[in-house]
Ligand binder design. Structure first.
Ligand SMILES: Nc1nc2c(ncn2[C@@H]2O[C@H](COP(=O)(O)OP(=O)(O)OP(=O)(O)O)[C@@H](O)[C@H]2O)c(=O)[nH]1
Length: 432
């Protein structure tokens, strides 16, 4: 599966960069291009190199340092500039994509304001699934701080068109931003910590995406921050957590490889291959809310040091991919069982119970010798009974060079939407 990943707004751009960084280490490429779109030139200038300069784009007439949560203005800016953003995407490979991923931070005005127009435009132009990655605001952001900007302060009254590519902006930014650790950048960061309207904005954006986005994969910032940790301090870690889960989810699709170069896969084929259609079946096309669970366990990748032959019993079944089994079967079974339990009952990107889900996808991956077929089959049954759903798909993701076994569980639809109620951000539903 090949994706165009588009980050919009500060959080969305950083998340897109984190996904690209995660994907860079993988043999299977599933990202065609990564774009970063923002009204804030500081954010673009401070992104890591995983997003090439030419794919960073600042937009918004008269706005330079973001919209500071003015969602009404954000919606206008999004609608006014969506064609311009589409032209930027044309410099990539949108027509080769199996799906689009639009990453935003709910609560802000740039990502939240542009996403509905952009998702709508992508659907119209390409008729491919558009999945939105959306972070939910942290509780600490809702507290009104003295540092809260008055919106007019950042929406300059300039009428001059100032669309420009990031390279132009970063030249200007370099003067005051240096490598990005500028005073202006720090100031913007502190200001962004206080967003009293974040929940209201989040709700409005979710409503705007309703019926447009095929699915909305949520990540609850509040649940993932440590006690007393600020978003500014924790965001890199949070982005890595979310990027890993999103990455494992899309990287497991069988038809990965570089569509631009026609380069073929170098990893062994999975026993049960999931593809873009399976992903579409589980995520749906009616703006289902999605949550991702993940479990991992470090293993001895080469199988060295394990006790050959011990614990192998017919009841545990053969190893799934091993040509030469060097891993104790009981150890492999236990590792797979453990990671599935962790993915099922451990912390999800959006807190939920398995029974909330209407549909689920479970992916088990790791070094081939560790992927015990019986454990995977039993694990899928466990997911099936925990969710009480018969719409379950499973896939394998052999990673010859990996040193851990992992399971990724995606829950979609059903009562997951109700989980947003606890966050006061429940959009009305168009799901049947
Ligand atoms: N996980 C995570 N969340 C973030 C990050 N940055 C911002 N957020 C969240 O996203 C919300 C919106 O922030 P931004 O993405 O910076 O906002 P924006 O879309 O640029 O909009 P404006 O700043 O209003 O122009 C915040 O309220 C945070 O909850 C990040 O790097 N990681």
């Amino acid at each position: 599966m090949q994706l165009e990943v588009i980050g919009v707004g500060g959080g969305g751009c950083r998340l897109a960069a984190a996904i690209r960084a995660w994907e860079t280490d993988m043999v299977q490429s599933f990202v065609l291009d990564t774009f970063a779109f923002d009204t804030d030139s500081n954010t673009l200038a401070t992104l890591p190199a995983t997003i090439p300069e030419e794919n960073r784009y600042r937009y918004g007439d008269g706005v330079d340092h973001g919209l500071n949560g003015n969602l009404q203005r954000g919606l206008e800016v999004g609608t006014e500039h969506v064609d311009e953003l589409e032209r930027q995407l044309d410099t990539g490979n949108p027509s080769l994509a199996d799906a689009f991923v639009v990453a935003i931070g709910l609560g802000g005005a740039t990502g939240g304001g542009t996403a509905p127009a952009l998702v709508s435009s992508l659907k119209r132009l390409y008729d491919k699934p558009v999945y939105v990655l959306a972070t939910l605001p942290a509780a600490s952001e809702l507290e009104e701080g003295d540092d809260s900007l008055v919106v007019e302060d950042v929406v300059e009254e300039s009428t001059a068109g100032n669309e420009s590519t990031a390279s132009t902006e970063s030249e200007q930014g370099d003067e005051d931003a240096g490598t990005g650790d500028s005073d202006a950048g720090d100031e913007a960061l502190i200001l962004a910590e206080s967003r009293p309207l974040a929940d209201e904005n989040a709700l409005q954006t979710l409503e705007g995406l309703e019926g447009l986005a095929d699915a909305i994969i949520c990540f609850d910032n509040e649940a993932w921050l440590k006690t007393g940790e600020s978003l500014a301090d924790g965001r890199t870690r949070l982005n890595e957590v979310f990027a890993t889960r999103v990455g494992e989810f899309f990287a497991a699709t069988g038809d990965t490889g570089d569509a631009r170069t026609q380069q073929t896969r170098t990893t062994p084929d999975a026993e049960t291959v999931i593809d873009a259609n399976d992903i579409a079946r589980i995520l749906g096309s009616r703006s289902s809310i999605v949550s991702l669970g993940y479990g991992t366990q470090q293993v001895d990748a080469a199988g060295e040091g394990s006790i050959l032959g011990l614990g192998i019993g017919p009841e545990l079944g053969p190893q799934l991919f091993a040509e030469e089994t060097t891993v104790e079967t009981a150890a492999a079974y236990s590792a797979v069982e453990t990671v599935i339990q962790k993915a099922l009952y451990g912390k999800h990107t959006l807190e939920c119970e398995p029974a909330d889900a209407e549909r689920a996808l479970v992916i088990v991956g790791g070094p081939p010798a560790w992927l015990n077929r019986q454990a995977i089959t039993d694990g899928r049954r466990t997911v099936e009974s925990a969710t009480e759903s018969d719409e379950i798909l499973g896939g394998d993701a052999p990673r010859p060079a990996g040193d851990s076994v992992f399971a990724l569980v995606a829950f979609a639809g059903g009562d997951l939407r109700k989980r947003l109620e606890e966050r006061n951000v429940t959009p009305r539903s168009t799901e049947s």
